[in-house]
Write a protein that binds this ligand. Structure first.
Ligand SMILES: Cc1ncc(COP(=O)(O)O)c(C=O)c1O
Length: 382
């Protein structure tokens, strides 16, 4: 049988080993050490922002961010239903109530329906938006830049400005994606809302094993999240803590890996784009990314005609040693969120039934892409 082709695996062929060895040799393996600062500086410089805060995971970053934005157990958080569950769980950690939104053809939150929800389901009272059914404050919207495509931040920021909402960009999948046109031309994902969070989980465009990075256009928020991520420690010797903190700081070992990965990020973005183009050249009609952005094209989506065809395609590809996956379950259908309010969810269901993610690692070869394309043609009878 031909070699197994994984869906998405890390590419550790740069200075990873060297920097990790150095961190171990110098015995800086925990939540202090030179690589953490270096990693923060690299990500900040890459995204074109002043500063960044390194943390244990994207999920930890999103949790800190929601707290920093003032979300409480009294509040509603607007989230897409088509996302990974880690977008939504931090709202639950705080006891906040998620309300689920639909996506548009970008796979990201539909700004038109978001506006409609604010207009029809809510009312402004003293400059604060309230959901009329829940009689709760709507505090925050969390657009997710799904697969490295970008949510329509022009429209979302306008809605947020109209209705006084905080904006948390879940940029976990979109490090390297930026706008090429519109109000935010040239700006990277994560830099537009109040806070943005990247993930360096093993399947992301760069990895630290597990890890995340927070950026914000509010320097005081960033400083406070840094403080909270380190157990809210006021003073390194006297164990004074003025708030309830979290053990969310990235370790120097993770950061050593990350610094080596950041050195290769521009090359990885190029490879993701080249491989996407190679699939198209092979005749695989991958779902498009927005044309008005420069995307990292992190994950590739092929759309089957329906759910049955999707399942058959995945099973047949598996037999041929080709790993794929369906898109996530819709959040509002999962047990923890089954009773939650939704607003006109239609497209997300359509995409849920059809999307198959194809192998997209940065070390994928042209021969492997050819094999995947040929297998799809055979199975789909094209
Ligand atoms: C959209 C999205 N949000 C949040 C996360 C959580 O990131 P992490 O795995 O680093 O906690 C991920 C990735 O895992 C993700 O894809």
């Amino acid at each position: 049988m031909a070699d197994f082709i994984p869906l998405s695996v890390p590419n550790l062929r740069g200075n990873e080993q060297k920097y990790m060895d150095e961190a171990i040799r110098d015995e800086w393996v925990s939540t202090a050490g030179p690589y953490i600062k270096k990693m923060e500086e690299q990500v900040a410089a890459f995204a074109g922002v002043q500063e960044a805060v390194a943390c244990q995971s994207g999920t930890a970053g999103l949790h800190l961010a929601l707290m920093e934005l003032g979300v409480t157990c009294e509040d509603i958080v607007l989230v897409p239903t088509l996302t990974f569950i880690a977008t939504v769980n931090p709202a639950s950690y705080i006891g906040a109530t998620p309300v689920f939104m639909d996506c548009d053809d970008t796979l990201c939150i539909d700004p038109q329906k978001l506006r409609e929800y604010c207009e029809q389901e809510c009312e402004m009272r003293d400059g604060v938006l309230y959901d009329k059914q829940y009689d709760k404050r709507v505090r925050c919207v969390v657009p997710v830049h799904v697969f490295g495509n970008l949510a329509d931040m022009d429209a979302i920021m306008e809605i947020a400005e109209t209705y006084h909402l905080m904006v948390l960009e879940d940029a976990c999948e979109s490090l390297g994606s930026r706008f090429a046109a519109g109000r935010f031309a040239g700006r990277h994902s994560g830099t537009i809302g109040d806070i943005g969070v990247f993930s360096f989980n093993g399947n992301k465009i760069i990895t630290t094993g597990g890890g995340g990075m927070i950026i914000s256009r509010h320097p005081e928020m960033l400083a406070h999240m840094r403080y909270l991520s380190q157990q809210a420690k006021n003073d390194p010797f006297r164990f004074v803590h003025d708030e309830v903190g979290y053990n969310y700081r990235m370790t120097n070992i993770q950061a050593a890996l990350g610094v080596a990965q950041m050195e290769q990020l521009p090359g990885f973005v190029q490879i993701k784009n080249d491989n996407y183009a190679a699939y198209l050249q092979e005749g695989v009609p991958l779902w498009p990314f927005r044309e008005d952005i420069q995307s990292n094209r992190w994950f590739y989506a092929y759309l089957a005609p329906d759910a049955q065809a999707r399942d058959r395609l995945m099973a047949e590809l598996e037999k041929r040693g080709i790993q794929t996956r369906p898109i996530w379950q819709l959040m509002h259908r999962l047990k923890p969120y089954a009773g939650c309010k939704t607003y006109r969810i239609e497209k997300a269901v359509w995409f849920h039934d059809r999307v198959v993610n194809l192998p997209c690692s940065t070390n994928l070869t042209r021969e492997q892409i050819h094999r995947v394309a040929q297998a799809i043609r055979e199975i789909m009878g094209e």
